[in-house]
Design a protein around this ligand. Structure first.
Ligand SMILES: [Mn+2]
Length: 271
């Protein structure tokens, strides 16, 4: 039987360095941020973000936002709110300067969709997404990270519900004001629940991490969500994989940069 794959030009020459099927292509240097939780209640973090976009981000080839950019997102019909307009305009300005802006939703802003992306000049990414940078640069695997926190059974049940397209359609059919009120009540409940949960339940599960790395060919993984910035090494079936956890922003900029060789954490100072 003939194998159609072996007849393709790509297979004939072997995979290119850093080639990953279905990977998004991006430009170097690349910057990675997550968990800014921007809202009108956090003016220092908003200012740090605007400064970051006008500063370090302008020298980047790509900016990756790996979820929870916003403290909440009630739906793309809330794009008219002055605060949301300001954030999207700042991102869009960066994109217009030629920086590729990629956006993956987190659990806080999972309802950000195509209209948000259009307003922000961003390209939406699925979770997880492999990214290739061409040439000899090693590809990276990107995720928000909440899907890896499988020890928190209550959270995973909630996550399945809010990621269900039927649930989302029903939610988005409600008036904007009702959605905002619901989200606010959810935030208060979630804060209370977090106080009661054991710390390790809210971190990633090692088996979930290993399975993700295995299913993507043992790449380097970058994620956020847990607010536990670190560089971890995992041995998965004898393969050494690196997992970077992004820091959350608390009034000052923090990001990871990638030049195609090394990943380096940065703190940009704040207000
Ligand atoms: Mn999160």
């Amino acid at each position: 039987m003939s194998d159609p794959v072996s007849d393709s030009p790509r297979a004939a020459g072997g995979p290119a360095a850093g080639f990953v099927p279905d990977a998004v292509s991006a430009a170097l240097p690349a910057l990675f941020i997550s968990d800014l939780h921007l809202s009108e209640d956090s003016p220092a973090t908003v200012a740090a973000f605007i400064d970051f976009l006008k500063g370090p981000a302008r020298d980047a080839g790509s900016l990756f936002i790996l979820g929870d950019l916003l403290e909440y997102w009630a739906g793309d019909d809330d794009l008219g709110a002055p605060f949301n307009r300001r954030i999207c305009a700042a991102l869009s300005e960066l994109a217009e300067r030629g920086v590729l802006v990629f956006f993956m939703t987190g659990n806080r802003d999972l309802l950000a969709g195509e209209d948000f992306a259009l307003a922000a000049g961003a390209r939406l990414l699925a979770d997880p997404t492999p990214v290739s940078f061409g040439s000899d640069a090693a590809p990276l695997l990107l995720s928000h990270g909440d899907a890896l926190c499988t020890d928190d059974l209550a959270y995973q049940a909630y996550r399945r519900q809010v990621r269900d397209p039927a649930w989302q359609a029903g939610f988005l059919a409600q008036p904007l004001a009702a959605r905002k009120a619901f989200i606010e009540s959810l935030r208060l409940k979630s804060e209370a629940a977090k106080q009661e949960k054991a710390m390790d339940i809210m971190d990633v599960n090692a088996a979930a991490v290993a399975e993700l790395l295995r299913s993507h060919g043992y790449p380097t993984l970058i994620h956020g969500h847990t607010h536990r910035p670190a560089r971890h090494e995992h041995l998965v079936e004898g393969r050494r994989c690196v997992r970077w956890v992004l820091a959350d922003w608390k009034g000052s900029a923090t990001w990871l940069s990638y030049d195609g060789i090394r990943l380096v954490p940065h703190d940009g100072g704040g207000h």
